[in-house]
Design a protein around this ligand. Structure first.
Ligand code: BT5
Length: 239
């Protein structure tokens, strides 16, 4: 595992995607300040100030895309929830991969694949985690409740240690995960899920679907049911 630390960058994911040809498999791009972080569907990931983690993991596991890669964000969410337990924080996962503490978002994860023509060049798994912030900084996220580790714990967390623990945690079971797929983490994922058996509304591009969140399939898809039917959703956001 190589780590590239940048003082400031527009987005670690953009940096990793732009330079993917030059970057080795399992390279971590880490920055202290991110000026133009993004989430899914052109949403923004805000650098709220203080000391936070912004990092991207470059992965080049094969020359062609495999279905299991789409579950890597869920795998990372499970790794993070486990690590937070070591800090005495009981975090939850909102499908597919938001990490929340008491309903407030502490981390967001985004996977982007780089494909040129028919060639799969690799993948970039980005994660932003609010670590040491003032309570006031959290108000910069206006459309959602947000939190940080320092606000939850009432103390400062060592950023470098946390980064090392997260990346080590990720790679310790990475090969096994790729071999076995989502089923390998399903139990841990479900145990941390905050949405099951609840009425949810899922936004999928321009369409919304409401129903009871019944279960998660062996491929990490969300099963919801309304009074008439069951639906299996592979992409979307629980609103
Ligand atoms: C995500 O998107 O949650 C994935 C965010 C991934 C960010 C990392 S940082 C390193 C790497 N480089 C990048 O450019 N990106 C990755 P999404 O599910 O679309 O959620 C975005 C929403 O999260 C926003 O619309 C806000 O509601 C909320 N949000 C933005 N910044 C936040 C923050 N600092 N803390 C909590 N919530 C935030």
């Amino acid at each position: 595992m190589n780590i590239i630390c940048l003082e400031k960058v527009d987005s670690t994911n953009t940096y990793a995607k732009t330079n993917i040809e030059k970057l080795a498999d399992k390279t971590i791009i880490h920055t202290l300040r991110q000026t133009n972080g993004h989430g899914r569907l052109q949403r923004t990931w805000i650098d709220i100030g203080g000391e936070n983690l912004f990092l991207s993991i470059v992965l080049k596991p094969s020359n062609e895309y495999k279905e299991v890669y789409s579950n890597l964000t869920q795998y990372l969410s499970v790794v993070l929830v486990k690590l937070l337990k070591e800090y005495d924080i009981n975090a939850q996962i909102k499908w597919p991969n938001d990490v929340l503490i008491d309903g407030k978002k502490v981390a967001g994860i985004l996977s982007e694949s780089v494909i040129q023509g028919n060639n799969f060049k690799g993948m970039v798994i980005g994660i932003g985690i609010n670590i040491n912030t003032d309570k006031k900084d959290l108000e910069k996220v206006t459309d959602k409740d947000a939190t940080s580790l320092s606000v939850e714990l009432n103390k400062t967390v060592d950023l470098k240690t946390f980064l090392a623990q997260l990346t080590e945690g990720f790679f310790s079971k990475y090969d096994e995960f790729l071999e076995k797929g989502f089923d390998y983490i399903k139990k841990d994922y479900i145990n941390s899920a905050c949405f099951l058996d609840k009425e949810v509304c899922v936004q999928m591009f321009n369409e919304k679907k409401s129903g009871i969140a019944k279960s998660v399939t062996g491929k990490g898809e969300l099963v919801i049911s309304d009074s008439e039917k069951e639906f299996v959703l592979s992409i979307g956001d629980i609103l």
